[in-house]
Ligand binder design. Sequence first.
Ligand code: AHM
Ligand code: MG
Length: 336
Amino acid sequence: MHIGTTLSQFIIEETRLYPGASGDFAGLLNDLTISCKFIGAQVYRGALVGALGSAGTDNVQGEVQKKLDIISNEAILKSMDWTGHLAGMASEEMDDPYAIPQNVPRGKYLLLFDPLDGSSNTDVGISVGTIFSVLKAPVAGRDAELADFLQPGVEQVCAGYALYGSSNMLVYSTGYGVNGFTLDPSIGEYILTHSQMRIPEDTSEYAINMSNRRHWQKPVQRYIDELNQGTDGPRQRNFNMRWVGSMVADVHRILCRGGIFLYPFDQRDPKKPGKLRLLYEANPMSYLVEQAGGAASTGTTRILDIAPQGLHARVPVILGAKNEVERVVAYHRDSF
Ligand code: AHM
Ligand code: MG
């Protein structure tokens, strides 16, 4: 049996596209995949290793932390902080950036991550994942400062996620399209299985938490209401809805078979213009979606152009099939 292209081989071959690459980035990505294998193993063993349930603590967002949130966060910190590739790390689960240990050289990259996205789904056997974003440190070789992380998404040098679903999959992009790898547990390697993933410009499938309808602004209400009217409404065809409640799984479905995902502006809490966080959820997913031929907007602004206001800033997210995202943007334009 032919083994296929391993992720390690793919990373090294892709790095050769960058003249003068030192190998630092390839090392960083390889080390990160080790934590994705570890986290996946903990998620799949679940109750067998006592990993389910709440940890009894809150994170900076005021959300209850699951045991797996903390396990996953620690796994990434520990598999990355010794490598010498990073000047700092930031995570959904930590108020402030994580400082690299004193005895380790400071590298030239910054790693931002949501260690376990969709963790409210861990106790009920539903897919979850890890989201990551890599930036260049403005000054290599010194400790990263908070301001160093506040770069717009267009500056990302790599973005991706690991999905702990029916398989453990690693999907990422460095700006040459989006490729997906499936973990072969029998050999412990991610193997290239989804080459150059593309999102069709049109779709008949959407993802949104409908229970929030009353909190949305008019343009999103109009868009979703029209989809729901199906053949009886202005779109004159039926649309199907899916909502996993794990962004990684919802975005993965869109990369595999198309669709549009919305976690729009929400009028519940003026301090939170959306639920999802810009730096480690919206930006990496928007980068992947654009690399796959889709679009990503808040409704009024391209997500990758936003200047971040803080490490845990939240933004409205509308991403996926280009023509559908453009339609939602046009509805916003019409109404303001
Ligand atoms: P988390 O990072 O705390 O898991 O929150 C983010 C998740 C996304 O994965 C998902 O799209 C969204 O929250 C679901 O929110 P809701 O429960 O409001 O439908
Ligand atoms: Mg999340």
